[in-house]
Design a protein around this ligand. Sequence first.
Ligand code: SF4
Length: 508
Amino acid sequence: MNIIVKGIQDKRYERNLQLIADLFFEDSTLEISAEESADAFEIVITVEIDHGFIHARAATVDPELSAFRKAPYEEKSTEKESFKQNKNVVSHVFLSILQQYTGMTQKWGVLTGIRPTKLMHKQRMNGSPAHKTRTYLKEQYLITDEKIKLMEEIVDRQLTMIPDLYEIQEEVSIYIGIPFCPTKCAYCTFPAFAIQGKLGKVSSFLAGLHYEIQETGRWLKERGIKITTIYFGGGTPTAITAEEMDALYDEMYRSFPNVQNVREVTVEAGRPDTIFPDKLEVLKKWNIDRISINPQSYTDETLKAIGRHHTVQETIDKFHLSRKHGMNNINMDLIIGLPNEGTAELQHSLNETEKLMPESVTVHTLSFKRASQMTLNREKYKVADRTEVEKMMDLAQKWNKDHGYVPYYLYRQKNILGNLENVGYAKPGEESLYNILIMEEVQTIIGLGCGAASKFIDPETGKITHFANPKDPKSYNDSFIDYTRKKIDYLESIFPKKPQEDKKARQI
Ligand code: SF4
């Protein structure tokens, strides 16, 4: 679908309108232009400011459609702020035209961001009462009641689990990325390298990781900064040997401040084909009891099609094995919309989940990420259409509710089937704190290891700065010292020494 927008000239609208067009069409192009184009869908949009109101109109000729939006216009102190008002009304009329044209309703309205609940937290932090927040989300973003209710439920759970969520910016969380997996899944774009035959690289990678843990731990101790949560992800952090895991957790306890007081340590075991009794014993030894075992689907043909190289039975066996070894907080990920799957396959996966009843179930919707094998060979994979995906999402939501799970975090992704979302459900009290913290962007997350993304959040201003470690083990091994230094320098700038720390240092 090629879309040409006429009437407005400011190119700054383009990106936002393209994001909205992407909610409706898989491969759309959009341009603001006065040129005629025979094969494009033309939309004329005009904006006027009159007597304290801003008016936007949109119209198309073939088919004949129209939309109108009027909103109070406020004088703003910066041009950027003023433009935001224009952008909002233009987005409204553009969305309305595409909804009329396609017959689709966008339940998230004009919201294209990936963290809807952040908007609700912001309103709460500013003291806005619930009814005003609802009206604001509906009017400003056209979000439906159903999604607003979901946001409210999630925000309430998050504040129950982390009552100091709005004051936690002086602490940090740690993400540790282990970039190895037994094999690479077809939909994956994570830093995940098949572990077979790369043993040399694993040991040098781990040497770099130990260094990063030591240096970061030293800095945190010196500054007296607490760690809220630690998350081992990847890749598959259980793809390394039990001895390597043991040494890593030993390092974590020795280097980081007060690990025994960290609120949560998670190891994403992920692939069942990496879980063995010796590794579970290591986890238990270091008091790590929150793990993820991800079935994704309980249909063997699907697992084969996506390159998981493990069977459904193996997932079930490894779940029971983990329970036997004391893992009492297990998360299981399911993906909606995997190749050749519809409601029947999802119902089967949910029936199987019912037999295990893990503490949390994360329901992802398949996303066609640009660099994945699945996207590169898209014609090979037959996936459910939008209506079916929506039905599956409803089914998962109902199943979770009926089985005592509550939603506690959500995020949206680009190119996600049916423009739906990923939702984490948990038994009340078993929610992953790390998932909440990373999603709501309330504190700094320091990323260590391969492909680990750090997100520095200035405790004073809330400004977010991203920093990524190299994605492949070779580049990581060549540069981890430099990357560690850069991160600590950045931490220095957002957590400056307090005057009494200076005084203490002088006395010493
Ligand atoms: S197990 Fe996870 S990280 Fe590893 S290849 Fe599959 S999707 Fe990627």
